[in-house]
Design a protein around this ligand. Structure first.
Ligand code: ADP
Ligand code: ZN
Ligand code: ZN
Length: 700
C-alpha cells in the first residue's frame, strides 16, 4: 500500500456531488489505508464516512488546499474487499445511479447510517448472540443418494467448477430448469460442497427468507457454522456479526435475499439464484439494481459458477443460458392435473366445481391451498345513490376495504381512514365490490371451517403484520403500507406455515405468498381464483407472471400423494393459462420468446424507464418533455437503435403527479449513458425545481 493521496468517495446522497475527492494521508494512516478502506473525512462543514476508491502520489488540487482524513472508521474490519468497490462502480454506471449510493449497498451493515462523529470513539465489542435459525423440517444432514437427473446435472457443474479460467471459453453459467419437487436444492448443496472443498465460498440467493425457511435450514443442517445468513429480521448487531464472519473467512457460505449478493466473500466459487424468476430480486430503491445481473457480474469477475434455478425460468434466462434439466419429481410422482374453470357466466365467487372439491377435501380430512392475489375484504366501496367511489386522497386509486381493521386503505401509499357509515350525499346505501383474501377466509370459515379439526388459515401481508391469519384471528388488525415486503415477519410466517403443516387438515388461503417454495407433503387440492388478475396488469411480463403463479401453486400440490388443481378464469384460452394447465413451460417459453422478439421487448431489447414527478402535473410534464428533447437531440436515438416513448401519464402517487418516458434500446450501454446525461442535464437546468427524477434500467 502506498500513495500519499487517497481518492475518497464521500457517502452523501446528493446526486449533483460527484466524487471522488482527494485527501492527503498522514504517515500513520498511509501504512494502513488501501482501496476499500473506510475513512471519516471532513466534507464541507460536516464529517462524513467515505470509502477509498483509489490511491496516488499526486493530486491536481493545490497542496495547501488538501485536507487530511480525520481518522479511520473503527468498524471491524475497517475495509471492504476491493472487488466490492469495483462492483459498486459498475452498479452506479449500469443503473444510472451514483458511486456513493452504490457503495452504500456494499458497506458493512449499519455503517452507512452510523453517525460519523460517533464512529471515532473506539467502542467495546460485546459478544453477539448468533441468530437462531430454526430449520423447519430440515433434512437430516446426511445427503440422500442422487437421482440420475441430479447426478448428470451435478457432473456438468463440477466439471465447470474444476475448469481453470484460462481453459474456459466463456463464463461458467447454467440454468437449472427443474420442475417443482425435482430436487434442485440438493444440486445447490452438492455444488456448494464442491466449492468449499476447493477452498472457495458460495452465495445462495433466495426470494424471501421468511417464506423459504426450509432452504436455509437445509444449508445449515449440511454445512453448520460455515453458513452465514443475512436478512432483514436480524438485529443490527447480528447482521454486523454475520458480515464480520464472512469478511474474516470464518463463514464461507452466505444464504440470504437479494442484498446477500453483496456478501464480502473473497474467493467466490459459486453464486446460486434460487427461484430466479422471482420479482423480489429487483431492488426498488436507487440504485435500482437487479441481484441476478449483479450476481452474473460478480461471478464473471471471480470466474465463479453462476447457477440460476427455477421451475418457471424467465424467457431471458432460457435464451441466454445453457440449460440443465430436471424433468421429473424426486418421488417419481407426476405433476397434478390442472382443470381450467371458465368463469364467464359467473361474476364472482367460487365455481360449483371448486365448492365441490373443497367439500371433498374436508370430507377426506385433507388439505387445500387457495390462491387469491388480492388482499383485504373488498376491492372498493361505492355509494349506491350518487356513485361516489372512495379513493385515496394522495393517489388516484380506489381504497380497499379491510373489515376486521375497520379501515379503508390505500395499497400504494399506506393512507387509511375509517369505513364511512354514510356518503357525503347522505345515503347510507354503500356497496362493497369484489372479494379479497380477508372476505374469502370469512366465507370459507363459515362454509367449511370446523375449529381445530378443519382450520382456515390466511397468509398475506396483512396477516403477517397483525397476527390475524390464524383460524381464530381478526382482532386488532393494522393495514400494511407499500413496503410490506420488507416488513414481512419471519416469525409470523413460520408460525403460520407450521400451523398449517401440523394441522390434521384444513385450508391455506393467501396471496402469491402461498405459491412460494413450501414443501407440504399432504396438500391434495390447489385452487387459483381470478387467475386473470395478474394477466390484466398492463405490463409485458404479465403473461410470464401468470404462468409462473399457476405452475408454482401446482408445484405445492400432490407431494407425497394424489392431488389436483383448479384454475378459475374468465380467459380460459389465454396462452399463459393453457400452457400452465399442461405443465408445458417449454412451450410457454418458446411462444413468449417469439412474442417478445416480434414486439422488440427484452431480451431482444433493453428498456429504461424514466419517471418525473412533481406536485403539479405541468411541471412533471415539462421536465419529461425536456428529457425527451434532450435525448432526441443529443444522442440521435435511432443511431443506437433506440426509440423513446412518452411522456405518458401515470396515476398520481403520494400526492405527486407522474409522467413516464420509456426508452427501448438495442445498445444498452449507449442508452444508459445517454439517459444518464439527459437526466443530469435537465435535473441541473433551471425551471425544474420540485421535480424528482427516477431512472429504472430493466424495470420489472
Ligand atoms: P425443488 O426445489 O426442485 O422443488 P426440493 O429440493 O425441495 O425440490 O426437493 C423436494 C424434496 O425431495 C425435498 O424434501 C428433498 O429433501 C427431497 N430430495 C431431494 N433430492 C433427493 C434425492 N436424491 N433422494 C431423495 N429425496 C430427495
Ligand atoms: Zn352518495
Ligand atoms: Zn395512496
Amino acid at each position: 500500500m502506498s500513495g500519499a493521496i487517497a481518492q475518497v468517495e464521500p457517502l452523501t446522497s446528493a446526486r449533483a456531488l460527484r466524487g471522488p475527492f482527494d485527501y492527503r494521508l498522514p504517515d500513520d494512516l498511509r501504512a494502513e489505508v488501501g482501496v476499500g478502506s473506510m475513512l471519516v473525512v471532513p466534507f464541507g462543514r460536516r464529517e462524513v464516512l467515505g470509502v477509498v476508491v483509489g490511491l496516488s502520489e499526486h493530486s491536481e488540487v493545490a497542496e495547501e488546499k488538501l485536507l487530511a482524513p480525520l481518522h479511520a472508521f473503527d468498524g471491524c474490519p475497517p475495509t471492504l474487499p476491493i472487488e466490492l468497490v469495483a462492483l459498486a462502480e459498475w452498479i452506479a454506471d449500469e443503473y444510472c445511479s451514483t458511486f456513493a449510493r452504490a457503495l452504500r449497498l456494499v458497506l458493512p451493515p449499519g455503517a452507512s447510517t452510523a453517525r460519523a462523529t460517533r464512529l471515532g470513539a473506539p467502542r467495546r465489542r460485546r459478544s453477539v448472540a448468533r441468530p437462531q435459525h430454526l430449520p423447519v423440517g430440515a433434512a437430516a444432514a446426511a445427503p440422500p443418494p442422487l437421482t440420475d437427473d441430479q447426478r448428470s446435472a451435478l457432473e456438468e457443474l463440477c466439471a465447470l467448477l474444476c475448469e481453470p479460467r484460462e481453459a474456459a471459453s466463456e463464463p461458467p453459467r447454467r440454468l437449472l430448469h427443474g420442475i417443482t419437487g425435482s430436487g434442485k436444492t440438493e444440486v445447490y448443496l452438492r455444488a456448494a460442497a464442491c466449492v468449499l472443498e476447493q477452498g472457495r465460498g458460495a452465495i445462495v440467493l433466495v426470494p424471501e427468507i421468511a417464506l423459504t425457511p426450509q432452504i436455509v435450514g437445509r444449508f445449515i443442517a449440511r454445512f453448520g457454522e460455515t453458513v452465514a445468513v443475512l436478512h432483514s429480521r436480524l438485529t443490527p448487531a447480528q447482521r454486523r456479526e454475520e458480515w464480520r464472519r464472512l469478511r474474516s473467512g470464518q463463514a464461507r457460505v452466505c444464504v440470504g435475499p437479494r442484498s446477500a449478493v453483496f456478501a464480502p466473500i473473497e474467493r467466490l466459487g459459486l453464486i446460486v439464484v434460487d427461484e430466479e424468476h422471482d420479482s423480489s430480486y429487483k431492488h426498488e430503491g436507487d440504485p435500482r439494481y437487479d441481484a441476478r445481473d449483479v450476481a452474473a457480474w460478480r461471478a464473471e469477475q471471480q470466474h465463479a459458477l453462476l447457477l440460476l434455478g427455477s421451475a418457471t425460468p424467465r424467457p431471458e434466462s432460457r435464451r441466454a443460458l445453457t440449460r440443465l434439466h430436471l424433468p421429473n419429481r424426486v418421488d417419481g410422482r407426476r405433476l397434478p392435473p390442472v382443470r381450467v374453470l371458465d368463469m364467464c357466466d359467473q361474476v364472482d365467487g367460487l365455481h360449483p366445481e371448486t365448492v365441490q372439491a373443497l367439500a371433498d377435501v374436508r370430507r377426506a380430512r385433507a388439505k387445500a391451498i387457495v390462491l387469491l392475489n388480492r388482499r383485504g375484504w373488498s376491492n372498493f366501496l361505492s355509494c349506491r345513490s350518487c356513485g361516489t367511489v372512495w379513493g385515496c386522497p394522495l393517489c388516484d386509486v380506489a381504497l380497499v376495504l379491510h373489515r376486521a381493521a375497520d379501515l379503508l386503505a390505500c395499497h400504494h401509499c399506506g393512507h387509511r381512514e375509517r369505513i364511512p357509515a354514510r356518503c357525503r350525499c347522505g345515503s347510507t346505501a354503500l356497496a362493497r365490490h369484489g372479494a379479497g383474501t380477508e372476505r374469502l377466509q370469512h366465507e370459507l370459515t363459515a362454509a367449511l371451517g370446523d375449529g381445530e379439526r378443519f382450520p382456515i388459515f390466511r397468509l398475506d401481508a396483512d396477516t403477517l403484520l397483525t397476527g390475524a391469519g390464524g383460524p381464530a384471528g381478526g382482532a386488532g388488525a393494522k393495514v400494511a403500507g407499500e413496503d410490506r415486503r420488507q416488513r414481512v415477519s419471519s416469525d409470523r410466517v413460520g408460525e403460520l406455515l407450521r400451523g398449517f403443516q401440523e394441522a390434521p387438515a384444513g385450508v391455506l388461503i393467501g396471496t402469491q405468498m402461498v405459491a412460494k417454495g413450501h414443501d407440504f407433503p399432504d396438500v391434495r387440492l390447489g385452487v387459483v381464483l381470478d387467475a386473470d388478475a395478474t394477466l390484466r396488469f398492463p405490463d409485458f411480463r404479465a403473461e410470464e407472471r401468470t404462468f409462473a403463479l399457476i405452475a408454482q401453486l401446482a408445484g405445492r400440490v400432490g407431494r407425497g400423494g394424489e392431488g389436483h388443481v383448479l384454475v378459475q378464469t374468465i380467459a380460459p384460452q389465454a396462452r399463459a393459462i393453457v400452457h400452465a394447465a399442461q405443465h408445458d413451460s417449454e412451450g410457454f417459453l418458446e411462444g413468449e420468446l417469439q412474442r417478445r422478439e416480434a414486439l422488440n421487448y427484452p431480451p431482444f431489447a433493453h428498456l429504461i424507464r424514466i419517471i418525473c414527478s412533481a406536485v403539479d402535473a405541468p411541471r412533471a410534464h415539462v421536465a419529461a418533455s425536456a428529457i425527451r428533447d434532450h435525448l432526441g437531440a443529443a444522442s440521435a436515438p435511432s443511431a443506437m437503435g433506440a426509440t423513446v416513448l412518452g411522456p405518458a401519464t401515470l396515476f398520481r402517487l403520494r400526492g405527486r403527479e407522474r409522467r413516464m418516458l420509456l426508452v427501448k434500446a438495442e445498445d444498452r450501454r449507449a442508452a444508459v449513458a445517454a439517459v444518464g446525461a439527459a437526466v443530469q442535464h435537465v435535473a441541473c437546468a433551471r425551471g425544474h425545481a420540485g421535480v424528482s427524477f427516477s431512472v429504472d434500467v430493466d424495470p420489472q
